[in-house]
Design a protein around this ligand. Sequence first.
Ligand code: FEO
Length: 389
Amino acid sequence: MKFREIKNNVFYCGLNDKERKIFDELIPLEQGTSYNSYLVKGSEKTALIDTMYPPKAEEYLNNLDENGINKVDYIIANHGEQDHTGTLPKLIEKYPEAMIVTNQFCKNNIMEMLLIPEDRIQVIKNNEELSLGDKTLRFLLAPGVHWPDTMFTYIVEDNLLCTCDFLGAHYTFDDIFADDSKELEHSAKRYYAEIMMPFRKMCQKYTQQVREINPDMILPSHGPIYKNTKFILDLYEDWSSDEAKNLVVLPYVSMYGSVEEMINYLSDKLNAAGIKTIKHDIVSDDLGDLAMAIVDAKTIVLGASMVLCSPHPAAANAAYLVNLLNPKAKYASIIGSYGWGGDLVGKLTGMLSNLKVELIEPILIKGKAKEDTYARLDDMAKAIVERHS
Ligand code: FEO
């Protein structure tokens, strides 16, 4: 495959992986992903920025050969995770003169994870520059907008910013440039929900930083390159803002229909009061959809049946995921139904400890909803409506 030129001797040399079904063994992928790698040819030196996921190594290395890349001076590792560094051991064998350039944190990671020898790594500090002759690479540490080792690489003369996993998307594409479509927005939001939402405050900070740099293009590690940088920066500003939307997300698991009936009743009441709801069947629906739904939600109400005096494992899984992703929601509650008894509310709220939410009075009943249950659901709906007003 011939490398596509992005601008002035900066080339795209990444690969699509349309067959990949799940990322981090956690969240399903809707259309695979891409692992982006960039080749920068300066007048004196050549650099690769980020490399390749190991199962794609052979194709990646063959492409470098086919494009006549027989010498690489620097390999920039913006972050140590192996979808971008996994091919480093093969690359330093292939290019014996190449130095891996990265920050101290990432150096430790690639030495531990990939057994890279220390004498092949050159450590840089924040704002340090590396000359390739007529091109300069400037390294901007961005810890916490994903891993502590994350950094950006700015190609100074071309005003191109490689933002690592930040601003990416699990989006496979035939063109290398963003089409600014609704489909891309969906994919970028799903990616944000799964990968960046836990670092929401850092996303605010680095979205602003990227705006100030005002690059001609944003080159992320997954998904297309943004020529229209405003497209993705505006979306990140919205998703990461402290402002939640008038939305209640209702993830639930219901063994015999009692929980589902209560969730439906509450949802209808909220809709009638002008509040949008998203119901999510935890067992049959895609967890990635739940992650996306909670990006904007002001309130999350978790519905759960009990199994053996404990929350259903699917509800525990959803609570654990929501807690891990740490959305901006302001309010939460729990609706549950049991056969024997047990501490459903205590166990589930204990699993949501990261969330800075006000807990609206939960509802836990034995078996099916009765007249007083509906009255309590009316009260819950009223409490949510008041808080959303
Ligand atoms: Fe795409 Fe954090 O690796």
